[in-house]
Design a protein around this ligand. Structure first.
Ligand code: 6R9
Length: 713
């Protein structure tokens, strides 16, 4: 449903003032060639005759590629004059300078024009079967009301608003409201502690926070407002906290707190006036929408302000900060900007998942992570998709939750994390088979390497062997998916457990330990990017030097991902894990993920984590933590022997674990990543150096691991 060029005169952003509107109507002219058949965005590129040629051009002439795509895919109020101005050796990244646009207009208004009744959000609430749908028209209204609310309370363009909310429509509207008025958002995962929240608020210099009274997840209530109150004790610069109600339970309000509903009431008269003015105007589609709404609105809705003029933003103005862990303790606030980020999220969403208009896209990530930003919110909404907001857990109220949701919401693309797949695999196939999954077309995986057993189960059981599994590699830093099995060709071969092929405009290289580019195939090295792309992070908030030191200094002229990768004979990429997870045993380099993959193939094993430890003769030894499936009753010594045998057999003897510690669970971050850093410290008996545990899901898991380790020695 992208607006073809000839339709520009019909484009109306429903809540624009008329004079502003005209300035948003720039879409380039384009000429047809056969590329248009599979990528309409690239249709302006003359003489490209197929997918392979387009992929080639996206790297060899990336400026032409990105210029064509950006003109087609985004709505600009002023066209950009410079496609890119980047210098990786200095960490300088700028795209589409001179261009002006508004991200919320791109995600909402243009779809409201063509299909206001299309469902934008399906909120899969924690309470199963109580989902709520919001159309593009409704989401635009909510966003505009919130935008006005923030503006009235002094939030200005360039300010940073911290959002501490569970995945829900109001959280999405809050992100878009910030984008609408030109404020940056800083979403902090609602599972973070008060200390972690406070640290992020302080570092972001945020003076406004939006939260809810309580969160609900897995049937449990979490006291989010209370956590904010605690965080406020060490955040003196916060002036106001907006509080929405997720549950009916009242919370204590302080002088700093503003109940969202009350504020809206106060402004009722003024808002009513604006709405009537709009109805009296001669404003094309907007007039019709408003008139129709006039008939159907309730008294409550009439009190709300549905008109919020979007700020005209420069391409390189900040859209959001998102904190992520580095290899050192302090979290870093990665900065993403407007046009490049949105373009990259939208394009990857469309092509990696083979998204088509009308599909229901189900990414179960929390909005507090980059996956939630790019593939719950920005990518799908920029594409006019129906996107699912998943508030619950994979096993609540039972392990059939995901697949029940797939059946009920008729999900076409399901995007989740290997950790959840491994967990569900333990419970058996019957929880999947109970539900109709015939709507599924593509299954996605993200966040960590997916082991062969999980990949095969996902493919064979969840996808009935007919849905491609796309193992997508990317990072908070990259803004969107960089390596994935089918970035352009929906029929391309997929090898289980391999991220496979670089996306358009992505130019991965592998480096050896001397910093030389490895040109041959069938080789492993440090994964770097040789070219900039529009979605990459621009800096670390308030610390550009750390940005340069971390990403551009290790391999001058290249972006260093921190990950290791293997490139197969065919040129396919497989991520081997963080480079700090690569261990060196007797001079042999081995990825801990490779060992885990073998261990996980043992039918008794649910999951495992392998770390290196200092070994006086071999340099490093292999230490494996193993979690067994529920109900497995075996002699640990027997199983250890079996696992050692499997690793020796499938990789090499040197890779066979020196220690195997059986554990009930592994320490994980709240996003489900195993905290290997903690495991490494435990096996080194360096308990003093455990470091920042604020991202840990359950601190008791670390204590269990320490005790188990002491017993083993
Ligand atoms: C999107 C996201 C990034 C790190 C990344 C890598 C690991 C992500 C992966 C993967 C293997 C995949 N990672 N996807 N490893 N295969 N498909 O997760 O961002 O939270 O910043 O984590 O996650 O190690 O460097 P983020």
């Amino acid at each position: 449903m992208w607006l073809p060029c000839g339709c520009t005169s019909k484009y109306v952003a429903s809540s624009f003032a008329r004079r502003t509107l005209a300035s948003y109507l720039h879409v380039s002219g384009r000429s047809r060639c056969n590329v248009a058949a599979f990528m309409p965005e690239a249709a302006g590129l003359e003489g490209v005759s197929g997918r392979a040629a387009l992929r080639e051009l996206s790297v060899s002439n990336s400026e032409s590629f990105w210029a064509a795509v950006a003109r087609h895919r985004l709505c600009w109020s002023t066209p950009f004059h410079t496609v890119q101005d980047c210098d990786l050796s200095r960490g300088k990244i700028k795209w589409f300078e001179g261009g002006k646009l508004n991200v919320s207009v791109n995600c909402l208004d243009r779809h409201v024009h063509t299909c206001p009744e299309r469902v934008a959000l399906i909120w899969e609430r924690d309470e199963r079967g109580s989902e709520m749908k919001y159309t593009y028209g409704e989401l635009l209204e909510m966003t505009c009301r919130l935008g006005n609310l923030l503006r009235r309370h002094g939030v200005k363009r360039g300010d940073c608003v911290t959002i501490y909310m569970p995945t829900c429509p109001l959280a999405v509207a809050s992100m878009l409201a910030c984008a609408r008025i030109g404020a940056a958002h800083n979403v902090v995962f609602a599972g973070f502690s008060a200390d972690a929240l406070a640290e992020r608020i302080r570092d972001a210099q945020s003076s406004t926070v939006i939260t809810v009274n309580q969160g609900v997840r897995g049937g449990k209530v979490t006291e989010l407002k209370k956590t904010v109150d605690t965080a406020m004790q060490s955040c003196p610069t916060v002036k106001q906290v907006f509080v929405a109600m997720r549950t009916d339970n009242p919370v204590t309000m302080t002088a700093r707190d503003i109940a969202m509903e009350e504020v809206r009431e106060q402004k009722a008269n003024q808002i009513l006036e604006i709405q009537i003015q709009a109805v009296e105007g001669e404003f094309g589609i907007f007039e019709q929408i408003t008139k129709r709404r006039k008939i159907t609105v309730t008294h409550e809705m009439l009190k709300e302000d549905v008109v919020c003029e979007p700020a005209v933003m420069n391409s390189e103005d900040v859209l959001f900060l998102l904190y992520t862990s580095g290899s050192t303790g302090k979290p870093k606030g990665l900065v993403h900007t407007q046009a490049g980020y949105l373009l990259y999220a939208a394009l990857t969403h469309r092509y990696v998942f083979s998204y088509h208009d009308g599909d229901v896209f189900g990414c179960v990530a929390d909005i507090g992570w980059i996956t939630g930003h790019s593939y719950v919110v920005y990518g799908p909404l920029a594409n006019g998709a129906t996107t699912v907001l998943f508030e619950s857990t994979p096993i609540y109220p039972d392990p059939g939750r995901y697949w029940d949701m797939v059946e009920r919401l008729k999900i076409n693309q399901f995007y989740g994390a290997p950790t959840a797949i491994r967990l569900l695999l333990k419970y058996g196939d019957q929880w999947v088979n109970k539900y109709d999954r015939s709507t599924l077309k593509t299954l996605g995986s993200v966040g960590e390497p997916i082991n062969t057993e999980a990949w095969e189960w996902y493919h064979r059981v969840v996808g009935d062997g007919r849905c491609p599994v796309v193992d997508t590699w990317w990072q908070t830093e990259t803004g969107g998916i960089c390596i994935a099995p089918r970035p352009s060709d929906p029929d391309a071969e997929i090898v289980p457990g391999m991220a496979m092929r670089p996306f358009f405009g992505i130019n991965p290289v592998l480096m050896d330990t001397e910093g030389e580019v490895l040109t041959s195939n069938n080789t492993s090295g440090a994964l770097c990017m040789a070219q900039p792309w529009p979605g990459m992070a621009r800096t670390i908030h308030n610390n550009h030097q750390r940005f340069i030191d971390t990403y551009f200094q290790p391999y001058p002229g290249y972006f260093f991902t921190g990950d290791g990768a293997y490139r197969s004979e065919e040129g396919y990429y497989q991520i081997t894990g963080r480079l700090d997870d690569v261990i060196n045993v007797s001079g042999h380099r081995i990825g801990t993920a490779e060992i885990e993959d073998v261990v996980n193939q043992c039918p008794a094993v649910a999951e495992s984590a392998v770390v290196g430890y200092t070994h006086s003769i071999k340099g490093q030894g292999v230490y494996a933590f193993v979690v067994l499936k529920k109900g497995i009753d075996v002699q640990e010594a027997d199983l250890s022997r079996q696992l050692n045998g499997m690793v020796s057999e499938k990789i090499a003897k040197y890779a066979s674990p020196d220690f195997i510690q059986f554990a009930k669970r592994l320490p994980k971050t709240r996003s489900g990543k195993i905290m290997r850093r903690v495991l490494r410290k435990v096996v080194e008996s360096d308990l003093e150096g455990l470091g920042d545990l604020s991202t840990l899901d359950d601190p008791a898991a670390v204590q269990e691991i320490i005790q188990g380790h002491e017993k083993l020695l």
